[in-house]
Design a protein around this ligand. Structure first.
Ligand code: FE2
Ligand code: FE2
Length: 177
């Protein structure tokens, strides 16, 4: 957990303690959006390193790290966040969720393709790495704007904490191919 999330958590606990809320003292986890943000920043940093990677060994190792971070994130996000907004009755959150699923499928495909390219210093690999980076950056930007606004509008702080718990549990169950 990042320092920022820990600080936010501590802040919430303290405000809970000050207001005399007994439940707030319990370890309630983190807002799902804070957890998503940590993953997004991690994956974006890894993708930047991949594109800038100067040796084949470094690039190969980065592909493994990206897979290990990205695959559990997207599967758990689909289950706990996208499915929740698709289940709402408004059309816009449903569409945002469906769009997210489609972009995840594109990222999966690009990542699988990247993993199959034997020569990590080839133009083919560099192209696939660049496409994956651009795809993820675009996706994350839209997600943090549209999907997160759907989540903030429709779910309370408590519900987002519950989503955070479900997200972390779902991530642990994902098997990285
Ligand atoms: Fe995400
Ligand atoms: Fe996503």
């Amino acid at each position: 957990m990042s320092l920022v999330t820990t600080l936010k958590k501590t802040g919430r606990k303290m405000s809970g303690a000050l207001s005399g809320d007994k439940m707030a003292g319990a370890d309630e986890g983190a807002d799902v959006l804070d957890l998503l943000k940590e993953d997004h920043d991690e994956v974006k940093a890894l993708l930047k390193k991949l594109v800038d990677g100067k040796t084949a060994a470094e690039r190969k190792s980065l592909v493994k790290q990206i897979k290990a971070a990205l695959v559990p994130h997207v599967r758990a996000e689909e289950k706990t966040v996208y499915d929740a907004i698709i289940a709402l009755k408004d059309k816009q959150p449903k569409q945002d969720g469906e769009e997210g699923y489609l972009e995840h499928a594109l990222a999966d495909k690009t990542l699988t393709g990247l993993d199959k390219i034997a020569n990590a210093m080839s133009p083919e690999f560099s192209a696939a790495a660049k496409v994956l980076k651009e795809l993820v950056e675009h996706h994350v930007e839209e997600e943090e704007t549209n999907v997160w606004s759907d989540v903030r509008k429709n779910f309370s702080d408590e519900e987002r904490m519950e989503m955070g718990r479900k997200f972390q549990a779902a991530k642990k169950k994902v098997r990285v191919p």
